[in-house]
Design a protein around this ligand. Structure first.
Ligand SMILES: Cc1cc2nc3c(=O)[nH]c(=O)nc-3n(C[C@H](O)[C@H](O)[C@H](O)COP(=O)(O)O)c2cc1C
Length: 186
């Protein structure tokens, strides 16, 4: 059982990293092997819409760090995507990763490598938990449409300071529980 974590924040030691790592710890607690990737440190180009993937078994023609992620995703059972909210949406780093998952969409990936479970985690500065609810829900629905089994989603508010989420024990506990749930989802 392998669970991957994708961190969509450029801020090292920030709230996204803390929450993604907490989910991975939860998965690790119940026996999963885990590995995390900081998307900001990887060279991931935008999808070029060349459609090479659609006639080449989901192989993406862009030779960059996303190739390593495709390989890891094939072998993994589940993954976590974490992102801060930047301008009411996920960060550019998280979106580049998300767009590049298009290569795997409707190319027999699921049949060959299994349906992957996943969890989403968002952190925001705004203290109001309802402001981005519509965005969170549509992002979850989009990943479901892409073919992933979205096991759970977590958002944490009022996190302008890096590490602010460390003071929110309930949120950390929820993150850990979601990590465990990802392992049990299989
Ligand atoms: C460029 C930028 C845009 C942001 N936009 C929003 C926003 O639209 N709404 C919000 O609530 N917080 C916004 N924030 C605050 C971050 O979402 C918040 O600080 C988050 O916890 C950062 O996560 P990190 O610690 O993992 O980097 C923004 C921060 C930056 C740097």
């Amino acid at each position: 059982m392998k669970v991957l974590g994708f961190i969509g924040s450029p801020r090292e030691g920030g709230n996204t990293e803390i929450l993604v790592e907490e989910m991975l710890k939860g998965a690790g607690d119940v026996g999963a092997e885990t590995k995390s990737f900081n998307l900001d440190k990887m060279a991931i180009a935008p999808c070029k819409a060349c459609m090479h993937c659609k006639s080449n078994d989901g192989e993406c023609a862009t030779d960059d760090d996303m190739q390593e992620i495709y390989k890891e995703l094939k072998e993994a059972d589940a993954f976590v995507l974490g992102s801060p909210i930047y301008m009411w949406q996920m960060t550019a780093q998280a979106k580049l990763f998300t767009d590049r998952l298009y290569a795997l969409f409707m190319t027999g990936f699921e049949e060959k490598y299994g349906k992957k479970d996943m969890a989403l985690v968002f952190t925001q500065g705004n203290p109001d938990e309802n402001t981005f609810e519509g965005y969170y829900n549509s992002t979850r629905d989009m990943f479901g449409f892409l073919g992933y089994n979205v096991v759970d989603m977590l958002s944490s508010q009022d996190n302008n300071a890096p590490g602010a989420v460390n003071d929110k024990k309930d949120v950390l506990e929820k993150a850990r529980a979601i990590g465990k749930k990802l392992v049990k989802a299989d």
